[in-house]
Structure formats: structure tokens, C-alpha cells
Ligand binder design. Structure first.
Ligand SMILES: Nc1ncnc2c1ncn2[C@@H]1O[C@H](COP(=O)(O)OP(=O)(O)O)[C@@H](O)[C@H]1O
Ligand SMILES: [Mg+2]
Length: 335
């Protein structure tokens, strides 16, 4: 786990220093900085996050949701131990996870073995299902926000956007939050994200774990958003033909534009994935194609793709002009 020198750390107030001693930076994202800290009361090391958005109403909501998650104890969700306001800015104290981000795991290996990808994804889904039961939608599921312990255990972190948002905009600012590469189409189009939007993001993440790339790629975040809305997602098998056919089908269904066509819940998606791996019919897409003596036919190819590309071009231009007036990218450029 990378721990950076403590030189650049902000000074916590004397009050907070009576409770926690900052030891070093664990990581940072677009929404906050997370430090390794010593809980002076318990003697335990913890993770202390200072969200970077600190307007008073956001701080209040952050704390409200942190308290909500404090009641949730689940092996696949990082535990919230404490939260409060320090010198006017919110902080959240979490269990220290001795792990490495799923993004780092993916970057090292390029893509994951199918069983490994599905096993980690099912754990993320179980954590999400527990949060959904508590009424908390994550809204930013992606490999960076999953910590992997011992290579096998997944812990979902960074309910930051869930903490800070009610509805689909940060109140009063009109900002759409999240990471474009993982955003559900209905969220892009203005609906409040719900459990099925999280399910869609898990679908994007699993696609990436299996293939090493997200389904919709562009340097331009606006175009990525447009693609989520108008372009059918490519099949995993178009990029990785040896993926089991059932896994391929489940991912495709999870990436449906229409939320009603996706698996109905995180729990249901986990069940479908386990079945897809365990089923004797978990024949690879490549084998199936060979058996059918059929050429691979990726969704994003052929004449339909040409029409799709034209549509995307036209839609993207109009859509971008409209969106650019209202969106401020909180999470930075799309990966
Ligand atoms: N509880 C934790 N234990 C260990 N490391 C953590 C913990 N929470 C976050 N981190 C590290 O800090 C990074 C940023 O945290 P995150 O909550 O995702 O911030 P942001 O909201 O800015 O994206 C994570 O990618 C991870 O590396
Ligand atoms: Mg994060």
C-alpha cells in the first residue's frame, strides 16, 4: 500500500489531533484525500478521509450518510468508525484496509482470469446489495474504489458521491457527479441514479476486468457519456473470445440501456454470474462460435455500427453543447 511522506499533510485542528495522529497519505481521488492515522484512543491505525468538497450543506449530508453507513457492517464494504467536522471541514474515519486498489491489480495484469474477475465482482455486488438495503447508492463504482486484500477479498470504498449527493445533482450547483466511463445512461440523461445504475457500473467494471478496457472509449468525456446513451455496448467476446458464453450474455444484459432489462438488483446479478461460471453450459464464446461454424460478429461492427457511428457523431455534437453548460467535471477526465 503506497504511503507518501507526511510533509504535505494539512494540519488537523488541535481538537482532532487529540484523537488522531496523521501518519501519511494513503491515496487521493477527485473527491478527497485519505490519510493513514493513529487512533490515539484505541491505539489502532485507521484511514481518515477529508472530502475536498466542503460547502456547509455538503458537509452536513456527508456526515448524515457516513452515520448511515456506520450502521452497516459487511465484509465487502469498508467500515465507517467515526465522522465529524474539524475546523469547518468534514472528516470520515474508516477501517484501514491493508490492500491495493483493483485498478492497480488490473494495471499490473492487463486483464483478470475470468473466475478471478467474477469472484471479485460478486463480492463487490454483495457489498453493494447491503448498502442498497440501507438506502445508500454508491454512484461511483469503478476499480479505483475497490480495495483488494490478499488478492482475493474485495472491499468497496469511497461512498463519497453517495455521501455528498441527494438526487442526481449536488444541491444548488447543477453538477453531474461520477466518472463518465462507468455512468449509467439514465443517470447521464438526468434520472436520479438508483441500485440499477450501480448495477450498470458494475457491468462496466466487469467488462474492464475481463478485457482490460472499458466498453466506451474516447478522449472526450462528453462523447463517452453520449456513447453510454446511444451506442450498444460491445460484447466482451468481441474483445476476448474465450470468455464463457453465459458470462458474455450476463455482462451484455447488465449493460442494457434500459434499466428494466438489467438484472434487477446487485444480488440478482451476483447470482447470475455465479451460475454463469458454475453452469456446465459455461462454454466459451469462441468454442460456441466454432461449433456453430459461425464467424465472430461483435455488436460494434458491421453496417449497424456505421449507422451507429453517424448517429453518435450527430448526437454527440448536440448533446455536448447542451451538457457542457451544466456539467463541471468533479472527477476529472474519463479513463
Ligand atoms: N479505508 C481505506 N483504507 C486504505 N486505503 C484507503 C481507504 N479508503 C481510501 N483509501 C485509498 O485512498 C484512495 C482515495 O480514496 P477515495 O475514498 O476513493 O477518495 P476519492 O473520493 O477522492 O476518490 C483510494 O483509492 C485508496 O487507495
Ligand atoms: Mg475514489
Amino acid at each position: 500500500m503506497p504511503v507518501h511522506p507526511a510533509a504535505a499533510l494539512p494540519e488537523p485542528s488541535p481538537h482532532l489531533q487529540q484523537r488522531y495522529r496523521l501518519l501519511g497519505e494513503l491515496g487521493r481521488g477527485a473527491m478527497g484525500i485519505v490519510y493513514r492515522a493513529l487512533d490515539l484512543a484505541s491505539g489502532e491505525e485507521v484511514a481518515l478521509k477529508f472530502p475536498t468538497i466542503d460547502r456547509p450543506e455538503v458537509a452536513a449530508r456527508c456526515l448524515e450518510a457516513a452515520r448511515g453507513l456506520a450502521d452497516l457492517s459487511h465484509p465487502n464494504v469498508v467500515g465507517v468508525l467515526d465522522s465529524g467536522i474539524d475546523a469547518g471541514r468534514p472528516y470520515v474515519v474508516m477501517e484501514l484496509v491493508q490492500g491495493t486498489s483493483l485498478l492497480s491489480v488490473l494495471e499490473k495484469s492487463g486483464r483478470l482470469e475470468v473466475g478471478h474477475a467474477v469472484a471479485l465482482t460478486c463480492q463487490v455486488l454483495e457489498g453493494l446489495a447491503a448498502a442498497h438495503v440501507c438506502g445508500v447508492t454508491h454512484r461511483d463504482v469503478k476499480p479505483e474504489n475497490v480495495l483488494v486484500v490478499d488478492g482475493t477479498q474485495a472491499r468497496l470504498v469511497d461512498f463519497g458521491l453517495a455521501f455528498m449527493v441527494r438526487g442526481n445533482r449536488i444541491s444548488g450547483s447543477g453538477r453531474l457527479v461520477g466518472t463518465p466511463a462507468y455512468m449509467a445512461p439514465e443517470y447521464v440523461q438526468g434520472s436520479a441514479p438508483d441500485a440499477r445504475a450501480d448495477v450498470y457500473s458494475v457491468g462496466v467494471m466487469l467488462f474492464e476486468l475481463l478485457t482490460g478496457r472499458v466498453p466506451f472509449l474516447s478522449e472526450n468525456p462528453m462523447e463517452v457519456l453520449t456513447l453510454h446513451v446511444v451506442q450498444p455496448a460491445p460484447r466482451v467476446s468481441a474483445v476476448r473470445p474465450d470468455v464463457p458464453r453465459l458470462v458474455d450474455d450476463v455482462v451484455a444484459r447488465t449493460l442494457s440501456k434500459n434499466p428494466a432489462e438489467r438484472p434487477g438488483s446487485a444480488t440478482q446479478l451476483a447470482e447470475l454470474l455465479r451460475h454463469a461460471i458454475a453452469s456446465p453450459r459455461a462454454i466459451s464464446a469462441r468454442t460456441l462460435l466454432e461449433l456453430e461454424d459461425d464467424a465472430p460478429a461483435p455488436v460494434a461492427q458491421g453496417p449497424g455500427w456505421v449507422m451507429g457511428a453517424l448517429l453518435v457523431g450527430a448526437f454527440s455534437a448536440a448533446f455536448s453543447v447542451a451538457l457542457v453548460m451544466t456539467l463541471v467535471w468533479v472527477t476529472g477526465a474519463a479513463r
